[in-house]
Write a protein that binds this ligand. Structure first.
Ligand code: PLP
Length: 416
């Protein structure tokens, strides 16, 4: 390969460009994946450029077609899920869009759980519907209803969440994978709430697992990213669609997610230990109508959760008797949690789903998804459990329905 050495006879700017973009040779591999902050990669000659660009030879040309740091994340994600291949995208939604859109065309049909992240629901019921792809929403804990929906018309995809957002529904993935396959559908599972530490849906029969790596995998509320893993042909279709649609993950973002992966297990252990303390504190308390935490006997799918999840996880939800006004009072009284709308972070985050994560849903859709006006979702962070428990105690006092005026059902408070 002809190596260009900046020569003194070249003009100043030519030398400046060449001198500042020579890549150092490193014979001892670094202990972390380098950030390949480059949009373009140079080939040795025209033949190589053609071969790499058309995929006849492995390599890099242009970062939308591939970037080594982003590929390192894709491979790490695939390895965590025991998958043949993986792909990393700009956000969780980009990953979900790629996972679904790479398998459907106008006239196709999807069956999806109705306990679904609000933006995913919106993707199905607006964006994909406009493109001629219909979605039937079902109660994924009712296998007869899922089977009836799959049998009603040819279906390309059954779409589920391992632990659904925000009511922590835990569908039986192995049973539903078998149902999907019997009806010729692939199973796509959003595993964001669980993370690969708690659940690996491909081991239970899913065809693709998708996650917002923004959440537990990265873990620090400082990056947006998404990832998909599954068989090589399904991931190849995703890679091809991504070339045409973009949604490319930045190399620095990929680095930040890779940086989170080694401590995922430690963080999940701490998240779930504290979540269990808070669930204990909330359940049965006056003013708390109901608590959802998968390992607790009061959780409707706790038996499925016990065999499907490697722990309770860091997410819990609860409904206050005082409705939306009590929820607002609770959030405002908290000292430690951040008033924001995400999950899976070092920070504890308490959200009111009807006004934040599920704002796109109409009141009847909220009711159908089991989202009551007083529902609060907690993503338990890594702060000291005793501090959070004291904070929640104080906030429960502030949310006492005898002091906080209850809103009418369906009222939409602005909490964020
Ligand atoms: C379950 C679930 N899936 C996907 C997403 C989308 O992720 P992102 O914000 O990285 O696009 C979210 C975001 O909150 C989520 O909660």
């Amino acid at each position: 390969m002809p190596v260009y050495d900046p020569a003194m006879e070249d003009g100043f700017t030519t030398r400046a460009i060449r001198a500042s973009t020579r890549v150092p040779r490193v014979d001892q591999p670094p202990s972390s994946v380098p950030i390949y902050q480059a949009a373009t990669f140079a080939s040795a000659d025209a033949d190589e450029l053609g071969a790499v660009t058309t995929g006849r030879q492995p390599g890099y040309v242009y970062a939308r077609l591939g970037n080594p740091t982003v590929d390192a994340l894709a491979e790490a994600f695939a390895a965590l899920h025991g998958a043949e291949a993986g792909f990393a995208a700009a956000t969780g939604m980009a990953a979900i869009h790629l996972a679904v859109a790479s398998q459907v065309a106008a006239g196709d049909r999807i069956v999806a759980t109705r306990a679904l992240y609000g933006t995913t629901r919106s993707l199905f019921s607006t964006v994909l519907a406009r493109a001629g792809v219909a979605t039937a929403f079902v109660d994924a804990t009712d296998s007869a209803a899922v089977e009836a929906a799959l049998a009603a018309a040819p279906t390309r995809i059954l779409y589920l969440e391992t632990i659904s957002n925000p009511t922590l529904v835990v569908p039986d993935l192995a049973e539903l994978a078998a149902l999907a396959h019997r009806h010729g559908a692939t199973l796509v599972v959003d595993n964001t709430f669980a993370s690969p530490y708690l659940c690996r849906p491909l081991e239970l029969g899913a065809d693709l697992v998708v996650e917002s790596a923004t959440k537990y995998i990265a873990g620090h509320s400082d990056v947006l990213a998404g990832a998909v893993a599954g068989s090589r042909p399904l991931i190849d279709a995703i890679r091809a669609l991504h070339v045409d649609t973009g949604g490319t993950l930045a190399p620095f973002s990929a680095f930040l997610v890779l940086r989170g992966i080694p401590t995922l297990a430690l963080r999940m252990e701490r998240h779930q230990a504290t979540a269990s303390v808070l669930a204990d504190l909330l359940e049965g308390r006056p003013g708390v109508h109901r608590v959802w935490y998968p390992p607790r006997p009061s959780h409707p799918q706790h038996a499925i959760a016990a065999r499907q999840l490697g722990g309770g996880g860091g997410m819990l939800a609860f409904e206050l008797d005082g409705g939306a006004a009590a929820g607002r009072a609770f959030i405002d009284a908290l000292r430690i949690p951040e008033r924001t709308a995400s999950l899976g972070s070092i920070h504890t985050i308490v959200v009111h789903p009807p006004s934040t994560t599920h704002r796109q849903l109409a009141p009847d859709q909220l009711a159908e998804a089991g989202i009551a006006p007083g529902l609060l979702r907690v993503s338990v962070g890594l702060e000291d459990a005793a501090d959070l428990a004291a904070d929640f105690e104080r906030a429960l006092g502030a949310a006492d329905p005898t002091t906080a005026a209850a809103d009418s059902p369906g009222a939409r408070p602005a909490i964020t």
